[in-house]
Design a protein around this ligand. Structure first.
Ligand code: FAD
Length: 384
């Protein structure tokens, strides 16, 4: 008699990476068990900027961004020390809160036939030659032949990422605002990127006319302002008067900002022969690109679709998938990592701002160097 539940495929994490994999598997007739820690939809720290690649994946997966009320953005405005530079985006970007988006994709996976189990935290993972053993909260022990690890920024005991070489002293914050009419009008159709001392912020509209302010700052700078959100906003507003105009009289539906510490920008999973077969790493568990690129969600979706299609073709052997994923995202992550390093320094920010102002085409060039390429996407979309 067994004292565990046996499963063919288990997905840990119901973010974009895990839910997209579940959708692809379900479409092919595999009803994977997806375990999601959060019992209910919740807000996540994210700029909520959907690149064209993310939109393509979401459309293929059956997500109707218009129906969900996503905003549209066709221009980017760069703000630095009271100066502005504005360029056309190379595509129509969309803005949608992760609370709405992740839930829509999770519901889609369930409607296609995935078994979604919410409020289940996987506490640890161990493996032998043929199975992964998951200590999974109220469901207790689950044995899975194949495991898709899509727990995002949260590492699970027994399967931690080796994040050496990445940047880990950055803190990410997100806050939603109801803006004044004038501020909302100034932001209509535009994403604003603010470069400030030891950090940068993105401000854009999402569904329902709400504005999302998402920023990344060094731990040192946050400590300098007394580890206070209000203190930080006050300091940024001194450097960027436009932010004062935007937030004048704004109210917030969130109460307080959400935060995430030690974001491992630059992390890229290194395939390791010691890791057991049948463990596919998806999304932020595979690689973490600096957020200014607005490409993290598309990489998560790419990994979910590619992993599911690799599994459908080759079974539980994960090596080819990890090799392919590395080759699809390595160059983009390295390039964005170098830019992120430059953007931490005052001189780097000056250079970036003036280059963009005098030579706007460079922004589009930079954007294209951080995106998942079309040929890679075609490979992943083949299973859909
Ligand atoms: C500050 C910041 C701004 C960003 N802005 C953008 C942007 O504007 N555009 C963009 O494209 N990307 C952006 N990104 C990147 C993007 O948010 C991530 O790359 C993306 O969310 C990764 O998706 P994921 O599915 O791997 O992880 P997540 O979205 O983090 O999902 C992981 C899921 O796993 C669940 N989970 C975790 N641990 C367990 C466990 N033990 N058991 C069960 N479930 C578990 C979590 O509850 C969660 O739902 C940003 C990132 C940061 C940090």
């Amino acid at each position: 008699m067994t004292d565990y539940r046996a499963e063919k495929v288990v997905i840990v994490g119901g973010g974009l990476a895990g839910a997209s994999a579940a959708c692809v598997l379900a479409k092919a007739g595999y009803s994977a068990l997806l375990l999601e820690r959060d019992p209910e939809p919740r807000h996540k720290v994210c700029g909520e900027f959907l690149s064209i690649e993310a939109q393509v994946y979401l459309t293929h997966l059956g997500i109707d961004l218009d129906g969900l009320g996503a905003s549209r953005m066709s221009r980017l405005r760069l703000l630095h020390r009271g100066m502005r530079a504005e360029v056309e985006l190379p595509f129509m970007a969309r803005g949608l809160s992760r609370k709405v988006l992740d839930e829509a994709l999770l519901q889609r996976a369930a409607s296609l036939g995935s078994r979604v189990s919410r409020g289940v935290t996987v506490r640890s993972i161990s493996a032998d030659a043929s199975m992964h053993r998951l200590d999974a909260g109220p469901l207790e022990t689950i044995r899975a032949e194949t495991l898709f690890l899509a727990s995002g920024k949260h590492d699970v005991r027994g399967a931690k990422r080796q994040a050496s070489g990445s940047i880990t002293d950055l803190i990410g914050f997100k806050m939603h605002y109801y803006l004044s009419e004038a501020a909302r009008a100034a932001l209509e159709g535009i994403i604003e990127i603010i470069l400030f001392k030891e950090g940068y912020a993105g401000l854009q509209l999402i569904e329902g006319g709400i504005a999302n302010l998402c920023l990344v700052v060094t731990q040192r700078r946050f400590e300098e302002v007394g580890k206070s959100w209000d203190g930080l906003i006050d300091q940024i507003a001194r450097e960027c008067p436009d932010l004062v105009d935007r937030l004048q009289g704004a109210a917030t539906p969130l109460g307080k900002p959400l935060s995430v510490f030690q974001i491992p920008y630059g992390f890229l999973h290194q395939p390791n022969s010691a890791e057991s077969q049948g463990l596919f790493r998806l999304g932020d568990q595979m690689g973490v690109i600096p957020s200014f690129t607005g490409e993290g969600m598309s990489m998560a979706l790419h990994s979910g679709c590619l992993a599911a299609s690799a599994f459908l073709r080759h079974g539980r052997s994960h090596s080819a998938f990890h090799r392919q994923m590395r080759s699809d995202i390595r160059r983009q992550i390295r390039f964005a990592f170098m830019l992120n390093k430059a953007a931490r320094q005052a001189i780097g920010q000056e250079l970036i701002f003036h280059l963009c102002r005098t030579w706007p085409a460079i922004m589009q060039q930079v954007a294209s160097m951080t995106r998942v390429q079309e040929t890679s996407m075609q490979r992943a979309l083949a299973a859909l």
